[in-house]
Ligand binder design. Structure first.
Ligand code: FES
Ligand code: FES
Length: 166
């Protein structure tokens, strides 16, 4: 298997790409996982967020070499093994009609999933600190409602995090 190798959405994957390639481009161009979006390329917008070992990080700011051996979850893998094949945050975004153009949506769902995995009952301040993503459509009030809704579902069902992140 070509190096560097990492686990993406539960599957071991190797890339015949330069080690300094940003993970974002390995995902999009190497693995055809285009749900992870390119926005700013400098770590500011959050469009490229993925979970790395369970924590949300901008994939434009980590190289393939740095990601070697890590466990990466993209929007395509989030919740794939959960009830209904989706994560509570994905369902909450629909229920709260928090998706407008949708460009920021994968990154926001990933950032929220990372937060909710640590704490399914975050305060507004904690939600604000975790969701630094930019949304040019201005869906912020709905996003906060969606995080609260997803947290409520997760507390009610107490679904194990491992069943939602692979
Ligand atoms: S594209 Fe990575 S943070 Fe904007
Ligand atoms: S929904 Fe359009 S950028 Fe957020």
């Amino acid at each position: 298997m070509p190096n560097p190798a990492l686990t993406i959405n539960g599957q071991p994957m190797g890339f015949a790409m330069a080690p300094e390639t940003p993970l974002l481009w390995a995902l999009r161009d190497g693995a055809n996982l285009t749900g992870t979006k390119y926005g700013c390329g400098v770590g500011d917008c959050g469009a490229c967020m993925v979970l790395i070992d369970g924590a949300a990080q901008p994939s434009c700011q980590i190289t393939l070499a740095e990601a070697e051996g890590r466990v990466v979850t993209t929007i395509e893998g989030l919740g794939a093994e959960g009830p209904g094949g989706s994560h509570p945050m994905q369902r909450a975004m629909l229920a709260e009609q928090a998706v407008q153009c949708g460009f920021c949506t994968p990154g926001i769902i990933i950032a929220a999933a990372g937060l909710l995995a640590r704490d399914a009952d975050p305060t507004d301040a904690e939600i604000g600190a975790a969701l630094t993503n930019l949304c040019r459509c201005g869906t912020y009030p709905r996003l906060i409602r969606a995080v609260r809704r997803a947290g409520t579902e997760m507390r009610r069902t107490a679904a194990p995090v491992e069943s939602m992140i692979r």
